[in-house]
Design a protein around this ligand. Structure first.
Ligand code: GUN
Length: 284
């Protein structure tokens, strides 16, 4: 079997056009969607991610307020900034770019964002809603994974799904969403301490790889016809490598393009979520 590759760029373009229409409709109703982007420190990768988010917002007609704070900012000052953004009625969504410098308490910062403006969906109330039949805000990368899974026509209910990694942005929330009452898959969360790693993978209809460990998943670990989604990224020899070995394409039915970033889906889903939250304001 040779896998079909998801066309992430084409999907991304469709999503971009859809968001343009929604942003224009909101603006006509007098609501200007506005995303506050908080960047702490001068990590070059974070700066690149934030610039791309700003470009995307501009393309679709979402206003942006960028707040740059020094790497030395105190927890109290950062929390004050978030409180200010929470109170500012012109701002419809808030995103604090992660990771934060080590002296800051990331969990506490994410809890400070009001749930109605939490475009990352990382506040504990929004995270817990992922387990229910009606999730409120799905974290952007997980929303992208869900969208590509829908393309395959696979029935998630009752399917065996392996999630590799339990990070805050992807692995953790993916496990909550796919095992939850809206998607109803049977999910196994795999991590460093997992003993029967290969057996679980071989028994999986879907593999979601978010470990950040280059070419960790090899063809011998994959069931014929499985759907394999790779959002892991690492740069062991200077160039981007995913968690999934390219030769897995010989075994899988559907797969993300090998050693490519899933970023376009994450970015497009962020726009969608910003618009969702702005639209909810009208409904409220
Ligand atoms: N850093 C890398 N990806 C993300 C993301 O989706 N959200 C936030 N807040 N930070 C990130």
């Amino acid at each position: 079997m040779t896998a079909r590759f998801f066309d992430l760029d084409a999907l991304g373009l469709t999503l971009l056009e859809e968001s343009k229409g929604r942003a224009a409709a909101l603006t006509r109703k007098g609501i200007i969607p506005c995303l506050a982007l908080v960047e702490v420190g001068d990590d070059p990768q974070s700066a690149t991610y934030v610039s791309r988010k700003i470009e995307d917002c501009k393309k679709v007609g979402i206003a942006v307020q960028k707040i740059v704070l020094p790497a030395t900012v105190t927890q109290a000052d950062l929390l004050d900034q978030i409180l200010r953004l929470d109170r500012d009625t012109s701002i419809t969504g808030i995103l604090v770019q992660l990771p934060l410098p080590a002296h800051l308490n990331e969990g506490q910062v994410l809890q400070a964002i009001t749930t109605e403006k939490d475009v990352d969906g990382l506040h504990s109330v929004n995270l817990m809603s992922l387990t229910t039949s009606d999730p409120s805000v799905i974290p952007c990368t997980v929303r992208g994974i869900d969208a590509v899974l829908q393309q395959t026509g696979l029935v998630l209910e009752g399917a065996n799904v392996a999630v590799l990694g339990r990070g805050r942005l992807v692995g953790g929330p993916a496990t909550l969403l796919f095992s939850g009452k809206s998607r109803n898959a049977t999910v196994t969360s795999l991590h460093r301490k997992s003993r029967n790693f290969k057996d679980v993978l071989r028994n999986s209809d879907v593999i979601i790889a978010a470990a950040g460990s280059a070419h960790l998943v090899t063809p011998d670990m994959v069931r014929a016809g499985a759907v394999v989604i790779d959002v892991g990224m690492s740069w062991p020899e200077g160039s981007l490598q995913g968690d999934v070995h390219p030769a897995v394409a010989e075994i899988a039915s559907w797969m993300t393009p090998p050693d490519r970033s899933f970023g376009v889906m994450t970015r497009m889903m962020l726009l969608k979520t910003v618009l969702d939250l702005a639209e909810k304001r009208i409904a409220a």
